[in-house]
Design a protein around this ligand. Sequence first.
Ligand SMILES: C[S@@+](CC[C@H](N)C(=O)[O-])C[C@H]1O[C@@H](n2cnc3c(N)ncnc32)[C@H](O)[C@@H]1O
Length: 252
Amino acid sequence: MSNFAKGAEPVDRAAAILDEQSASQAVQTMFNSIAPRYDLLNHVLSANIDRLWWRRAAREFRAVLLRPEATVLDMCCGTGDMTLALLRHRPANGRPVIALDFAHAMLVRGKQKLPSHKAIAIEADALQMPVADATVDLITSAFGFRNLANYQAGLCEMRRVLRVGGEIGILDFSEPDGALGAMYRFYFSRILPRIGRAISGSSSPYEYLPRSVHRFPSPSEMLRMMTDCGFSNASWTPYTFGIAGLYRAVKT
Ligand SMILES: C[S@@+](CC[C@H](N)C(=O)[O-])C[C@H]1O[C@@H](n2cnc3c(N)ncnc32)[C@H](O)[C@@H]1O
C-alpha cells in the first residue's frame, strides 16, 4: 500500500501507483532544489548531531565494512555524508561503496565530497535499483527511507538485492513520547521551517520534513514491516532520546 494513499482498496491500485509516482517526483524535485543548501541546513538544524548519528550507525556495521570483498550500498545517499561515514571503516583495498540516489543535484554535491576511487555514484530510484539480485552485503539508508513512496516496496527491494546473511541499517527520525516529544514537535513544526526558510529561501521542504516524520511508522510498526518482508533479527536502537534511531535486520 502506498504511504501516500493509506486505505486504498485493490481496485484503486492504479490510482495508488499514480499517487506514488507523483509523490516520488515531488520528493525528487524538492531535493534537487535544496541540494546547494542541503549540507549547511542539515548541520544548522541538527546542531551537528547528524554527524554523530552517521558515525555511530556506520560503526555498528564495522565487521562487514572491514571485509574488502563486501559489497556495500548506501541507498538515498544524498550528498554523501553517510557514505563518508561508511568509508572510514573500509580497508584501503576494499571495494568502492555504491552511493545511490535519484536526485541528480544531490549526487553532484556528493561527488565533490566522495573520493572517486572509493565510491561509485548511481542515479536511480531506490524502489527499482539497477542492482542484481542477491549481490549486496550491506545496505544503509540515512534519513532517506522515510521519503520513499512505498515502505513495503522499499524493504522488499532491499531484500531482493541482499545476499543471504546480508544486513540493512536504516537510520531515521522518530517522534519521541512525552514532554520531549512535545518539545520536538514544536521545534520541528514551528522553529525548523522558519530557519529553513531563512537559509534556503523556501519553506516547503522544511514543512515537508515534520509531515514526513509524523507519517513515518512507529518503531514497532517498522519492525513488524521488516519481519513481514522476510527479514530476521529486526531491531531498533534509539539515538539521542529516540529523536532518531537505527533499524537493523538480516536477510536469512
Ligand atoms: C534527507 S536526504 C538524506 C541524504 C543522506 N543520506 C543524509 O543522511 O544526509 C534524503 C535523500 O533521499 C533521496 N531519495 C528519496 N526518495 C528516493 C528514491 N525513491 N530513490 C532514490 N533516492 C531517494 C533524496 O533524493 C535525498 O537525497
